[in-house]
Design a protein around this ligand. Structure first.
Ligand code: SF4
Ligand code: SF4
Length: 220
């Protein structure tokens, strides 16, 4: 999905992102003076499945990059099975395992958690993670991006009850449809280039921060 949004340069296989990021760092350092910002993403269940050995390896090999663990508290891609962090298995309650504790045990010093729907705060956090990755005393920085999956009916629904209004400032630039891709935003024709599908909109308000022309408003 990140590839559609133009935010992902490479994908190999489940759990490969951390090893790839470490490899990119070492390859860049070997071939030139500076290196570009490197960011790996991994889901919460994949982190448990195959991310932990890669993270240990990245830390002990001195790699520097930002790792975003996208924690939606479910295994969404395969049918919403519980992750080891949820404290339940198919037979009932069990011991919940903590992602931050695993990250800390891998030797990572920078571990922060935030809700990505708070776009401005989350952007600031990513910048400070990037700074840590480049600091002399820094290293791998881990940001846990935590927000419950909207498709998982076993989790509390985060529907705000607010609505989004498309104002006359809309320029029809298409950024919200082509780049942001919230499924509730649709093409609305020439007179009103964008329309919001109220049946699927949760009123989260992220699109309000995303529109470059400040054309979207959140209303009660
Ligand atoms: S709502 Fe904003 S981003 Fe979407 S088409 Fe209008 S101006 Fe562009
Ligand atoms: S408020 Fe949230 S769900 Fe509704 S259109 Fe905006 S981004 Fe999409």
């Amino acid at each position: 999905m990140g590839q559609n949004l133009g935010t992902v340069d490479t994908v190999l296989c489940m759990g490969a992102s951390i090893n790839q990021a470490a490899g990119f760092y070492h390859a860049f350092r070997a071939s030139r003076k500076d290196y570009p910002p490197i960011c790996a993403t991994i889901g919460d269940s994949t982190f448990f499945h195959s991310g932990i050995p890669a993270l240990m390896n990245a830390v002990i090999q001195g790699a520097r990059f930002v790792l975003v663990v996208m924690d939606n508290s479910t295994t969404a891609m395969t049918g919403h099975q519980p992750t080891p962090a949820l404290g339940k298995n198919f037979d009932g309650p069990t011991i919940p395992l903590s992602i931050p504790e695993f990250v800390r045990a891998c030797g990572v010093k920078f571990i922060e958690e935030a809700d990505p729907y708070d776009l401005n705060n989350f952007t600031r956090l990513l910048r400070s993670a990037g700074k840590h990755a480049r600091d002399e005393e820094g290293g791998v920085a881990v940001v846990i991006s935590k927000h419950p999956c909207l498709m998982d009916r076993s989790q509390p629904r985060t529907v705000s009850g607010k609505k989004v209004r498309v104002t006359e400032k809309c320029k029809g630039c298409g950024f919200c449809i082509k780049q942001f891709e919230c499924p509730a935003i649709e093409s609305g024709g020439e007179e009103m280039p964008v329309r919001i599908d109220e049946a699927t909109c949760t009123g989260c308000g992220v699109c309000v921060s995303v529109c470059p022309h400040k054309a979207l408003e959140l209303t009660d």
